[in-house]
Design a binder for this molecule. Structure first.
Ligand code: NIG
Ligand code: FE
Length: 422
């Protein structure tokens, strides 16, 4: 079946090479007027002047965009969307002066989510995650990466990854699964150095083969941070994961500069994420690598930190920059990716074009999907988002608002709202 999107005030195509954009390539997300988009089955067939496309697609089903703005579906390349209860009590503790890592040392933080998740079965987790992912979709996200990491035992990590697999089969959104068995050292393994070492060994020797045998993950990720996993442990785990056929991600230099970005670049990781505390050497390492710098400014905002990831320095050095929500119950409970674009522009000093490309093409590149999604160009997956705005600059402008009117994934309607156009 052919679908024809007509009458959009702007069509933002993000067209260009099927890889992460860098430097001057980030300046132009290709805003077009008077064009229509034709979709054939799961793919974009054509983008061009309306009359021409209509002539070529007589008999197609028409979607009237009614003066709204059509973009590639947004790509949220970093989330921890499978969890049990929310952790709102920690927000107040931080407001009263407690630090994120101090809360974790006292058994809160990730440990609290681990205790909670272990007590729930897969059915409950599925029922909790489904509406959360639908919320992400309702803001314009069509592709989402989802990590494990609140199980921290073989049984519970596999339970999380199988839930992600079931969601992927059930929902219209595209879901990319990541194994994050190295999200934290579980409480029971923190008692002695021997217990700690044996947890790390178990991840590599026992859990990883089970994950890959069942094809439960595309990526492996590690929380590399002082007090969590060291550089040496992260290197060992990531090399083992790479050898087992997984692509790599790394939670790097989030709170302290420990060489995480350099490690990600050295290992050819697909992305290095967070980077609010990246060093000058880390910026140089990413700029001269193919590793995407995935920035999560919502996390620093929500933690009440004064620091922000140095997007400008990374962009100006020539690194590939993506933006994502980090959606999780502890440090970034927002499903709203356009709000992260607001932070990109207002706090990280990115241009609107840079922010849009960072959440489309470069988000896709951070998932190894730059040839599949993230742009409105012939041959790409028909992943689109329609926003109730007249100019793409309004997307970061109406901050924290929900302007998304509809999304399509592989040519199929995903989210739809019936807000009137103002
Ligand atoms: O990306 N930094 C590590 N992991 C998550 C937070 C997880 C949590 O606090 O539950 C993050 O911010
Ligand atoms: Fe994270």
């Amino acid at each position: 079946m052919t679908l024809l999107f007509v009458n959009a005030k702007q069509v933002v195509t993000c067209t260009g090479a099927p890889r992460a954009r860098v430097g001057a390539e980030m300046r132009d997300c290709d805003v077009r007027t008077g064009v229509a988009v034709a979709v054939e089955g799961e793919r974009i067939a054509a983008v061009g002047p309306r009359a021409e496309i209509e002539r070529a697609c007589a008999g197609a089903s028409v979607i009237d965009c009614a003066g709204a703005v059509l973009t590639p579906g947004l790509v949220d390349s970093h989330t921890h969307a499978i969890f049990g209860r929310a952790r709102y009590e920690e927000q107040e503790l931080r407001a009263a002066g407690a630090d994120y890592m101090a809360i974790a040392r006292q058994g809160g933080g990730i440990h609290a989510s681990v205790r909670d998740l272990r007590a729930r079965d897969a059915g409950e987790l599925l029922a909790l995650a489904r509406p959360r992912l639908e919320r992400l979709a309702s803001y314009g996200t069509t592709t989402v990466e989802v990590k494990s990491g609140y199980g921290l035992s073989i049984e519970d990590e596999l339970k999380m990854l199988r839930v992600i697999g079931r969601l992927s089969a059930e929902l219209t959104m595209r879901i990319v699964p990541t194994w994050l068995g190295a999200h934290e050292i579980p409480k029971e393994a923190r008692a002695t150095p021997v217990a700690r070492a044996s947890y790390v060994k178990m991840l590599r020797r026992e859990m990883l083969p089970l994950v890959t045998n069942e094809h439960l993950a595309t990526f492996a990720d590690v929380f590399c941070e002082p007090g969590v996993f060291t550089i040496a442990e992260s290197r060992d785990l990531l090399i083992a994961a790479r050898d087992a056929g997984l692509k790599l991600k790394l939670h790097a230099d989030e709170l302290a500069p420990s060489g995480g970005a350099e490690l990600a670049a050295e290992l050819g990781a697909t992305s290095a994420d967070h980077l609010a505390a990246i060093s000058a050497a880390g910026i140089r390492a990413l700029a001269s690598s193919g590793t995407v710098a995935t920035l999560l400014p919502g996390t620093m905002l929500f933690l009440g930190k004064g620091t922000r990831p140095p997007a400008r320095a990374l962009l100006d050095a020539g690194a590939a920059v993506a933006l994502a929500t980090d959606f999780n119950p502890g440090t970034s409970p927002t499903p709203n990716l356009p709000f992260i674009l607001t932070l990109g522009v207002s706090e990280l000093h990115m241009s609107v074009s840079e922010a849009v490309l960072a959440a489309t093409v470069n988000g896709a590149a951070a998932l190894g999907l730059a040839a599949e999604t993230g742009q409105l160009a012939p041959g790409y997956s028909a992943d689109l988002a329609l926003f109730e705005i007249e100019d793409i600059r309004e997307l970061p402008y109406w901050y924290a608002d929900r302007r998304c009117m509809g999304t399509w994934v592989r040519g199929k309607a995903c989210h739809s709202s019936h807000l009137p156009i103002t």
